[in-house]
Design a protein around this ligand. Structure first.
Ligand SMILES: [Zn+2]
Length: 528
C-alpha cells in the first residue's frame, strides 16, 4: 500500500535514532507494593526499577536476579522506541488476571512471556501515549516496531467480507481483537487492518489523532484500498466509548448504560456481537430521542437515571431489570431494547403499576423488534392450517390473527417482512383475537400470561397487574394514547412511580371503566 513519503521519513528517522541508542543503565531494584483497586483487583508486592517516566515492576514471585534485569532492559528499549512517550507503569506478573496484556491508563499488566514475545507492545504504546483505542494502539505499535501491512490486504479483506455477510470487521471494534470473540485468523486480519488504517491516519493528521475514534478517516482509507462499504454503522461502532475491564473482553458506555458483552449462544462471535451492539445502540439513541421529544416532563427525570450495568452473562434464565442493583440482565436477542426502556422508565417498583411498566416499555421498543425475533408467531399465523398438530381452536385464533393483522397493517402475514415494524400489528392482532374469543383454548405466553406471573420476583403485584399480560398491557396503552385518554408523558410518569400511576389511574374502578370502554372498542372495530 502507498504511504505518504513524509510519514515514511518520520518513522525511519525515529527508528534510526532509537536503534542507535542503547537502553539506559538500570538503577537498583527496590521493594514496593501496588495495592488492589477496582481497575486491577490484585495486591502485588513488587521489585521495581524507575527510569524517569517509566516504572518497571516485577511481582516478587516473578522476579529473577538475572532474567528480570534483561527483561527490564527490553522494556526500556521498547519504551525508548515510542516517540513522545509519557508515564508508563509496567507490571510483569507470574499469574496476571487476564490472558492477554491488560492496560488501563498508564498502567499495564502482563506476563514475562508477553514481554519476551513482544505481545505486550500495543499495551505499552497505549499506556505510554495515552491511546486508549484497541486498534489504534495495535496499529501504531506495529508501525513503530517494524510490522508490515501485507501487499494483498484489500483482497484479503474482500475475501473475508464475502464469507462473512454483514461483518463489521472494518469497524475494528475490540471484539475483533480478543480470543473471546474472534479466531486467530480474524484477529490477524484485524491487526493488519489496524496497522494500515493507523498509517493512513498518521499520514493525514499525525500520531496524536489516534487518541480519537478516527471514524472520519474510515471512508478515505477504504477508498485508498479500493474497497466499497456502507460506513455509517461501522463509524457508529468505532465511536462507541470503549473502556477496559479486567473481567470482560469488551466494555463500553452509551447514555447511562455500561455494556459488558460476553459470548452467548445468540452472540457467539465478533460479527454477531458487533451487529447486536450496533442494533442496540442505534435503538437506544432513537428511544432516548423519542422520550425526550414526546414525554418532555418525564424526560427531566429520565435524564437523572442512575448508571446501569448491562450484563450478558448467563446467571438469569430470562431477561430482566434489577432496579435495586441497577443491572440489566440480557438473556435473548429480542429483549434488548425492551429491557433498556424498563431501566429508563421505572424509578420505583410498585405492584399497581406493574402492567404499565410492560405497556410503556413495549410502546417504546416494539418498533425495534424484527421479523426474525417473532418469526415463530408469523410462521404460525401463516401456516397453521397445514400444521397437523394444531388444534381446532388454534386454527381459529391464528386465522383471526391473520385477518386482523391484514386489517391493521394492510399486508398479508406472508408479506410481514416488508414492513418496517412488523411486530406492532402482530402483537395487537394476537391480543385483539384473544380478547374477542376468550372461550377458545389457546395459550400464547405474551398474551395469556399476566405480567405479574412473569416478573413477580421483584415486587408484589397488585390488581390490575395480576390480570394483564405484557401484550394486553401494550395494546391497552396504545388505545389510551391513540384515543387521547392519556399522553405519553402521563403514561411514562405512571410507570416511573406510584404517585405518577395514581395521577393517571386514581382508582382501580377508574381503570375498570377505561378498560371496559376499550373492550367495547375492540369488539366494535375488529369483530368478524
Ligand atoms: Zn418487560
Amino acid at each position: 500500500m502507498k504511504r505518504p513519503l513524509a510519514v515514511i521519513l518520520a518513522f525511519s528517522l525515529l527508528l534510526g535514532i532509537s536503534g542507535c541508542s542503547s537502553a539506559p543503565e538500570l538503577p537498583e531494584f527496590t521493594d514496593g507494593v501496588r495495592e488492589r483497586d477496582e481497575t486491577y483487583p490484585a495486591h502485588i508486592e513488587t521489585k521495581s526499577v524507575e527510569l524517569d517516566d517509566l516504572g518497571i515492576h516485577f511481582s516478587t514471585n516473578a522476579f529473577d536476579e538475572t532474567a528480570s534485569v534483561e527483561l527490564a532492559q527490553k522494556v526500556a528499549e521498547d519504551y525508548a522506541a515510542i516517540s513522545g512517550a509519557g508515564e508508563a507503569e509496567v507490571y510483569i506478573l507470574n499469574e496476571p488476571l487476564t490472558d492477554a496484556p491488560f492496560v488501563s491508563g498508564a498502567e499495564l499488566f502482563c506476563s514475562a512471556e508477553a514481554v519476551e514475545s513482544g505481545e505486550y507492545r500495543p499495551a505499552l504504546v497505549s499506556a505510554a501515549l495515552n491511546i486508549t483505542g484497541r486498534w489504534q494502539a495495535e496499529g501504531l505499535s506495529r508501525e513503530l516496531f517494524g510490522g508490515e501491512v501485507p501487499d494483498g490486504l484489500a483482497d484479503e479483506i474482500a475475501v473475508y467480507l464475502s464469507a462473512h455477510e454483514g461483518s463489521n470487521l472494518l469497524s475494528l471494534a475490540p471484539f475483533y481483537f480478543t480470543e473471546d470473540f474472534a479466531d486467530a485468523e480474524t484477529i490477524a486480519l484485524a491487526s493488519d487492518c489496524a496497522q494500515s488504517l493507523a498509517a493512513y491516519v498518521i499520514g493525514e493528521a499525525g500520531q496524536g489523532a489516534l487518541r480519537g475514534s478516527c471514524s472520519e478517516y474510515l471512508p478515505g482509507w477504504l477508498a485508498l484500498l479500493g474497497l466499497e462499504a456502507e460506513t455509517e454503522g461501522l463509524q457508529t461502532l468505532m465511536e462507541l466509548d470503549y473502556t477496559q475491564n479486567v473481567y470482560y473482553p469488551a466494555e463500553f458506555t452509551r447514555s447511562v448504560f455500561t455494556f459488558r458483552p460476553v459470548p452467548t449462544e445468540w452472540m457467539p462471535d465478533a460479527d454477531a456481537a458487533s451487529a447486536h451492539m450496533l442494533r442496540l445502540c442505534t435503538g437506544l439513541d432513537r428511544l432516548l430521542d423519542y422520550l425526550e421529544t414526546n414525554a418532555p416532563e418525564s424526560w427531566a427525570r429520565i435524564e437523572q437515571t442512575k448508571p446501569y450495568e448491562v450484563s450478558f452473562e448467563e446467571s438469569f434464565d430470562v431477561s430482566c431489570v434489577d432496579v435495586y442493583s441497577s443491572v440489566v440482565h440480557m438473556r435473548s436477542e429480542s429483549s434488548g431494547l425492551h429491557e433498556l426502556a424498563h431501566a429508563l422508565t421505572i424509578d420505583e417498583l410498585c405492584g399497581e403499576a406493574g402492567w404499565v411498566f410492560e405497556g410503556v416499555a413495549m410502546h417504546c421498543s416494539e418498533w425495534w423488534i424484527s421479523y426474525e425475533d417473532y418469526e415463530m408467531f408469523f410462521d404460525l399465523a401463516e401456516n397453521i392450517d397445514t400444521m397437523e398438530s394444531a388444534s381446532e381452536d388454534e386454527r381459529f385464533i391464528f386465522g383471526e390473527i391473520r385477518r386482523i393483522f391484514k386489517e391493521l397493517s394492510g399486508v398479508d402475514v406472508s408479506e410481514a417482512q416488508t414492513l418496517e415494524s412488523p411486530a406492532i400489528p402482530l402483537v395487537k392482532a394476537m391480543t385483539y383475537a384473544m380478547l374477542l374469543h376468550p372461550e377458545r383454548d389457546v395459550f400464547i405466553k405474551m398474551v395469556s400470561k399476566p405480567s405479574a406471573d412473569v416478573v413477580s420476583s421483584f415486587y408484589k403485584p397488585k390488581y390490575p397487574t395480576t390480570v394483564l399480560s405484557h401484550a394486553k398491557s401494550y395494546a391497552f396503552c396504545e388505545y389510551l394514547l391513540d384515543h387521547g385518554r392519556l399522553t405519553l408523558d402521563q403514561l411514562v410518569a405512571a410507570s416511573l412511580d406510584l404517585e405518577g400511576y395514581r395521577a393517571a389511574f386514581p382508582t382501580d374502578e377508574y381503570f375498570d371503566e377505561l378498560y371496559a370502554e376499550y373492550l367495547d372498542w375492540v369488539r366494535e372495530e375488529y369483530s368478524l
